[in-house]
Design a protein around this ligand. Structure first.
Ligand SMILES: [Zn+2]
Length: 684
């Protein structure tokens, strides 16, 4: 590992922040924190922290000693000065004399001495930073150092690698106890450049940002050098099936097994993020996987995101997915049992009264295939996958030079159920479609795009399919988050299959499909060219059928029910003159809605449709509206609101109807009319 400090960049950062009144040393603090945060081998997702001791004016205008320390959960890679709240240093240092600090009081300490009461909450490692004398203190969970300290003989190994350059702090859960222990080790030899925290990570410090940073890089570099020496070959591989089952077939089975029944007809679901690489395959294919992979977390703050251990399932074999599904169900049941026992045992030990979090895994290891991160959103799934990848690297290196041995079950529990750690997960109410995946066809158009936005706002991860991939990409960008754009021509069976495989690979499965793609053809039915009629059927009927069929296949593999939504049309029940080529396949699609409701109700799959009319879109362009309005001698406004309510129907109105249908767990076979009122098109 090499220093990435560049003097020119450092002074540019100082200059840039000077304009905003930020002192040079805080600017340099931000600069080096970002250098650390942007290296995935050092810091991941809110892990690690950094601080600066300086002087600032309080509200009375008095200059006081403060420590600016990274806010809890803030990302070091993109940290700003505002993400390093200033805390009165003397007040924190007096806490070193306490015998103990209750959990509730630790949470108070984090905010009690803030210079600005509106500032974000400082890292819970702030006491450790405060008790050290140096102006700049850096902390990371560097993979290479974790490979050294997650060993039975960690202290001897660190002495071999670092000599007296660092102090060794035995494992203590973060908080006052760890801060006191670290300060004691430092006081015993103030010449050290850093502190190694057993089973946790390392601290370095210095008088300048550069000194603290470069000590960090140097210590990590030495660990990396050690990991390259005297390596054992890891890992011997198990025998794998001749042909592995494809990801698109495996993921829905795993996703279904890692969900739970919630309300009648509802499930609590997660999103999956898949990862594979040579390093991951080498790890998951290892003969001894159950020992080294399920021993525990590589550093304590992973445990709230990954749970204490991953779920390991057998290698999925092509053509034998039923066996795989049974084996996965058994593995999940065993995981739940192990987790429940772990909770009960440790809850009793630590004084009972906690409530158990869901007992489902957050990381899945699949021999022959790779690993999955799981979470209630694509973001959380990605986070879990990133931490799992870091664990793969750390454990592989630990095993190559010795034997991986992390903190104990009890220590993991104390971190997992520490209220201060749990607070990082956020307590805000979840959106109604959290954990669900929605696929929308024709999502580059007005109604499809509005539907994608509405579903994303309701908490779903969305995949936007369109034959016009540029349009889908632009709309996915507008949705933001993990929204995925996928090219798909629904008149092409192979294209539909590939698009669904891509969505399943991205999110692990799917729950809601809005079959919306369509186009209008006109012609007097007695004279229309049969080719036109067939083209319209290909898109406006068979397109829906292909999409629904592909959806049902995934939904049945998941065993979580599902929701099919079709954009039908008022034409299906109330034909317009010369609109037969459009209305006829739409009438068939209306019956398709009912056929799916009938055939798949027992599988918990609901099937509903929306009959919309006169919505500005690719089918009903502004030019067309102008033309029709002037032909009738009325204004465009009058034309668009020519319905019983006298209100123009918008794409957003249609999107809301789809959303309501997705949330109506006891409704299937329904057609909702969104046309402002048209008795001739009324269904009942
Ligand atoms: Zn830490």
């Amino acid at each position: 590992m090499q220093s990435r400090w560049v003097d020119r960049d450092a002074s540019a950062t100082v200059d840039r922040y000077a304009a905003a009144g930020i002192a040079p040393e805080l600017a340099l603090r931000v600069y080096s924190a970002r250098l650390l945060g942007s290296d995935r081998n050092l810091v991941l997702h809110g892990g690690g922290n950094a601080s600066l001791k300086t002087r600032m004016r309080d509200l009375a205008g008095e200059e006081v000693d403060v420590i600016c320390v990274k806010a809890t959960g803030a990302d070091m890679a993109t940290i700003e000065p505002g993400g390093m709240p200033a805390v009165r240093l003397e007040a924190l240092r007096r806490l070193r004399a306490l015998d103990r600090l209750a959990d509730e009081d630790m949470a108070r300490v984090q905010r009690a001495y803030l210079l600005d009461p509106a500032a974000p909450t400082p890292s819970l490692e702030l006491l450790l930073h405060a008790f050290l004398p140096h102006r700049f203190v850096d902390h990371t969970h560097a993979n290479a150092v974790l490979s050294l300290v997650d060993q039975p003989d960690a202290q001897a190994l660190c002495a071999e690698v670092y000599g007296s350059r660092v102090g060794f702090v035995p494992y203590v859960r973060p908080g006052l106890g760890l801060a006191q222990a670290a300060a004691r080790v430092f006081d015993a030899d103030p010449a050290v450049e850093g502190l190694i925290l057993d089973k946790h990570g390392l601290f370095t410090f210095g008088d300048s940002a550069r000194q603290a940073y470069e000590r960090m890089i140097d210590l990590v570099d030495r660990a990396e050098t050690r990991l390259h020496r005297n390596r054992k070959a890891v890992f011997a591989s198990v025998r794998l099936p001749q042909q592995a089952a494809p990801l698109a077939a495996v993921a829905p089975i795993l996703r279904g097994a890692c969900a739970r029944k919630a309300a009648d007809g509802a499930h609590w679901r997660m999103v999956l993020e898949f990862r594979t690489s040579d390093a991951i395959l080498n790890f998951v294919n290892g003969e001894d996987l159950a020992r080294y992979a399920a021993a525990g977390v590589v550093t304590p703050d992973h445990v709230i995101r990954t749970k204490p251990w991953p779920l390991i399932v057998p290698a999925p074999e092509a053509g034998r997915l039923d066996d795989f599904k049974r084996a996965v169900a058994a593995a999940v049941a065993a995981f739940i049992e192990r987790y429940t026992a772990y909770f009960a045992r440790n809850d009793a030990r630590a004084g009972s009264g906690r409530s158990m979090s869901d007992p489902l895994p957050r990381v899945l290891l699949v021999p022959g295939l790779g690993l999955f991160g799981l979470g209630r959103s694509a973001r959380d799934a990605r986070l879990a996958a990133d931490l799992a990848e870091a664990a793969v690297a750390t454990i592989t290196d630990a095993e190559a030079i010795g034997r991986f041995q992390p903190i104990s079950d009890a220590d993991m529990f104390d971190c997992e159920y520490w209220p201060i750690e749990r607070a990082k997960l956020g307590a805000e109410a979840e959106a109604p479609l959290a954990g669900q995946v929605a696929l929308i066809t024709g999502a580059g158009g007005a109604i499809g795009a509005a539907t994608a936005r509405a579903f994303a706002r309701a908490g779903a991860e969305v995949a936007l399919l369109d034959v016009d991939v540029a349009a889908a990409t632009a709309q996915a960008k507008a949705v933001g988050g993990a929204a995925l754009a996928v090219p798909c021509d629904v008149t092409d069976g192979r294209a539909v299959e590939q698009a669904f495989a891509q969505v399943v690979a991205a999110f692990g499965g799917l729950d809601i499909v809005v079959s919306n793609a369509g186009a209008a053809w006109q012609g007097r039915i007695g004279e229309v060219d049969e080719a036109i009629l067939r083209r319209s059927f290909e898109l406006n009927f068979f397109g829906h059928q292909r999409v629904a069929q592909a959806a049902v296949k995934v939904m049945l593999a998941q065993d979580l029910g599902g929701c099919l939504l079709f954009n039908v049309s008022k034409q299906a029940v109330n034909p317009g003159p010369n609109f037969g080529p459009y209305g006829l396949p739409k009438a068939a699609t209306l019956f398709l809605v009912r056929q799916y409701a009938l055939d798949y109700g027992r599988d918990g799959i609901r099937s509903n449709g929306v009959n919309a009319d006169r919505v500005r879109s690719g089918l009903l362009t502004d030019d067309f509206i102008r033309e029709r309005a002037s032909a009738r001698g009325i204004t465009e406004q009058e034309y668009m609101s020519g319905n019983l309510l006298g209100r123009e129907v918008t794409a957003e109105d249609v999107a809301q109807a789809f959303l309501h249908q997705a949330l109506e767990l006891k409704t299937t076979g329904d057609i909702t009319t969104v046309d402002g009122g048209n008795i001739a098109a009324a269904l009942r």
